[in-house]
Design a protein around this ligand. Structure first.
Ligand code: 5GP
Length: 204
């Protein structure tokens, strides 16, 4: 039987730079995973192309896809639907190729429930370390600002607990390097490679 590909899920709080990191990853020739193009009901932005950036759908069509169980996950985000086509993901993984999703946190949670063997990477804002610096250098911020930032950081930290890895997005290139390292390590996990070795011994 063919070894399955990985389902790599990159998610994290809004505004953390998921889209920028994803674009940088896919402009790197070392990236071998395939990007799953999402469906959305939002209108295309200037320069966006249907079938490349997203599959742009009407609300009605999107709701039909939901009712036909054609989405691995979906979420409503700022008034629009976003979702991952299940057939593409299933076919690609079954064919032994890795799929990469860049989605918001509600969708990532749904996949964690349905597909726990996925590789879940949380992109964290650098504000967590910045926050630490500011708290260390007390006196540079008002109490209100610090309280606000602690509250934001707390919410962001809570979201993290469903993920396998945390990548701080302090610098896009560094974040991409960390993601490459995680994917490489995941491919070398004993439970993934041992079947191959067992097969080898059967032959001899
Ligand atoms: P944008 O409208 O800026 O392209 O994307 C808005 C948000 O939707 C981003 O956080 C992006 O990661 C997320 N997103 C894109 N595609 C999907 C998807 O298929 N499912 C979910 N749940 N979120 C998505």
């Amino acid at each position: 039987m063919k070894e399955k590909g990985l389902l790599i899920v990159l998610s994290g709080p809004s505004g953390v730079g998921k889209g920028t990191v994803r674009k940088e990853l896919f402009s790197d020739p070392r990236t071998t995973y395939e990007y799953s193009i999402s469906m959305t009901t939002r209108l295309p932005r200037e320069g966006e192309i249907d079938g490349i950036d997203y599959f742009f759908k009407s609300r009605e069509d999107f709701e039909t896809l939901i009712s036909q169980d054609k989405l691995l996950e979906y979420a409503e985000y700022v008034g629009n639907y976003y979702g991952t086509p299940v057939d593409y993901v299933r076919e690609t993984i079954n064919d032994g190729r890795d799929v990469f999703l860049e989605i918001e946190v509600q969708g990532a949670k749904q996949i964690r429930d349905k597909f726990p063997e996925g590789l879940f990477i949380f992109l964290a804002p650098p504000s967590l370390s910045e926050l630490q610096n500011r708290l260390v250098h007390r006196g540079t911020e008002t109490d209100d600002i610090i309280a606000d930032r602690v509250e934001t950081a707390r919410k962001e930290l809570e979201m993290m607990n469903l993920y396998d890895y945390v990548v701080e997005n302090d610098h896009v290139t560094l974040a991409c390097e960390r993601i490459h390292a995680i994917v490489l390590a995941e491919h070398l996990r004993r439970d993934r490679v041992e079947a191959r070795y067992k097969k080898m011994l059967e032959v001899e």
